[in-house]
Design a protein around this ligand. Sequence first.
Ligand SMILES: *[C@@H]1O[C@H](CO)[C@@H](O)[C@H](O)[C@H]1NC(C)=O
Ligand SMILES: *[C@@H]1O[C@H](CO)[C@@H](O)[C@H](O)[C@H]1NC(C)=O
Ligand SMILES: [Zn+2]
Length: 426
Amino acid sequence: MALASSPRRRDLPLCLLLLLSILALPSLTWQASVLGERSLDALSSDAISLLVSTPDPVKNIDPTNPTSHLSKILIPRPPDTENSTIVRNYIISTLRALKWDVEEDSFIGETPYGSKNFTNVIATKDPSAGRRVVLAAHFDSKFFATYPQNQFVGATDSAAPCAMMLDLAEALDPLLDARKQRLEDGLEDDEDVADTTLQLLFFDGEEAFKDWTATDSVYGARHLAERWSTSYISPHTKRRLLRPSETEISTVEHLILLDLLGAPHPLIRSAFLDTAWLFDAMISAERRLFDTGSFAYGDDEGSSLTSFFLPRREGDGNYGYIEDDHVPFLRKGVSVLHIIASPFPRVWHTLGDDASALDIPTMRRWNLILRVFMAEYLGLQPETKAPRSDDGQAHQSVAHSELVSTFAVMEWSWRLTLSSPVTFDQ
Ligand SMILES: *[C@@H]1O[C@H](CO)[C@@H](O)[C@H](O)[C@H]1NC(C)=O
Ligand SMILES: *[C@@H]1O[C@H](CO)[C@@H](O)[C@H](O)[C@H]1NC(C)=O
Ligand SMILES: [Zn+2]
């Protein structure tokens, strides 16, 4: 990711890192028919415990284990190289092993170095679902022409987010199967939510080959946003609940884009008002994981928490955004949640962005946040011993308005309980 306007991004104060979005913001009413803001049912603490332990939230993101998903991705992998194909095939075979539907979206793009082959990977749990929530990251690493820079592996950028997505697929796959079974058995109380599937999108060619420009960046995202907005879903598909003349892109509820994650002490800001409720839901998941002691790992008891997120304040507008793979989708009206560390990790676009830049407890925490957040978004029910109850703690609804109104208090008390002061500056 990058900002078109500033060649020396890392040295700039944060306020300049955020582009004003006035010019580029599309009309956000375009997708009014797609599931928008709603309240999510909070998982019980038993269900959270189960999600925390199964599968092991470290094994997939452990850079010290050469067979982890992360290690398989953590090699130089610029577009149109043998290594890119190796990584792409690894991602594909992992998701095919889970029996997900996997599509390779290949095309040729014009780069400052001539024509290159690019391939996005689109993996869908249930291709017959009427809608999907898309979780995305780019799997390419930035191209450098000369040694040693050409050994750049982009650990935070974005090998770690890709590994987290594979972890999420493994964690939620059986729960998505169970939800589908409930739907088929007529036991699902929210059929609307149950018709939303999870789709993982691994973009190729996010990085600029030379300097970030509108035509030298986000190759895969530009291609796919265009393709999806011009593909009408044929009435012959077996998709349920289809309205006539829907395009692929109109069935995307939200695009959740991960980038520059895996280094310790990230700071995530809410960039878009229409997904502020999702941002708050993610903070709520983090908070409840903290409260249940789920962030304890190794010697760290997880008893002090500096949130990954900068709480929103009443009256916040659209923050302005950092250019990334979401922009071509945003311009076509897709609702976007951008989970990107800003300031960027210190090692950004240097050889230092390798395994040594990653922090296992931080990545473990991201895995857990994503598991709880997506499970609640998708209405999944981790199988706990106790029978499901519709009252009390088990299915407490976290209303958005409630969250916002208690925000100031929560942030205040939260900070008071910290053993060290919260310093968000680098
Ligand atoms: C491909 O990846 C390997 C590590 O598996 C690395 O040693 C090699 O330099 C990479 N090749 C290129 C051309 O970057
Ligand atoms: C793209 O890949 C195909 C083989 O899949 C190859 O024939 C072609 O030359 C490649 N194009 C470029 C621009 O490298
Ligand atoms: Zn990058």
